[in-house]
Design a protein around this ligand. Sequence first.
Ligand SMILES: *Cc1c(COP(=O)(O)O)cnc(C)c1O
Length: 206
Amino acid sequence: MKQRYLDLKTQINNRATLIAVSKTVDSSRIEELIALGHTHFGENYVQESLAKWVSLKEKYAVKLHMIGPLQSNKAREAVMLYDMIQTLDRESLAIALAKAIEKQGKSPSLLIQVNIGEEPQKGGVLPSEADSFITTCQRDYGLKIEGLMCIPPADAAASPYFKQLKVIAERNGLKELSMGMSSDYIEAINEGATFVRVGSALFGAR
Ligand SMILES: *Cc1c(COP(=O)(O)O)cnc(C)c1O
């Protein structure tokens, strides 16, 4: 893992923030990466995050990103645990997050997930609805939206989808772009990603 990490860092060369996606990876392997100086991690499930990260975050100054689908009834735990939530994609979740943020006086950074390939099995707002959803989150619920996240279709070239996400972000004045995984992080960086989310290329196959 160490060599893979160092190679990845060299390749990315500070052009984007590397999020190490640690779903299914146990705490001892996560700590190996922390020992190498790594700080940004991503998880997909609230239960798994609570089990691993409550104690890790007590010990280390790390940043935790929620990159999986989030149920509205987990908003309270999510606001407590994550530094950034990247999967805001519907009004009910915006309401639940706004409520939890107000109650806890703590607000994680927020990205809106866009279903850039318009795939029925994936989360995210449709590209055609992104502008109005961004406005709703900001104006109606007072949420500070920092950028967009997407997962392009697995079976197609990713760059056109990354380009499209950037267009939506730019016309809405949003700065952060979370795009690119193990198979396409280079393309994503070339298209302007500010965060890449890499799991298997770092930790090995899940
Ligand atoms: C699992 C996951 C990743 C990491 O995927 P790899 O292909 O292993 O790099 C990135 N983003 C999201 C949203 C994921 O669920």
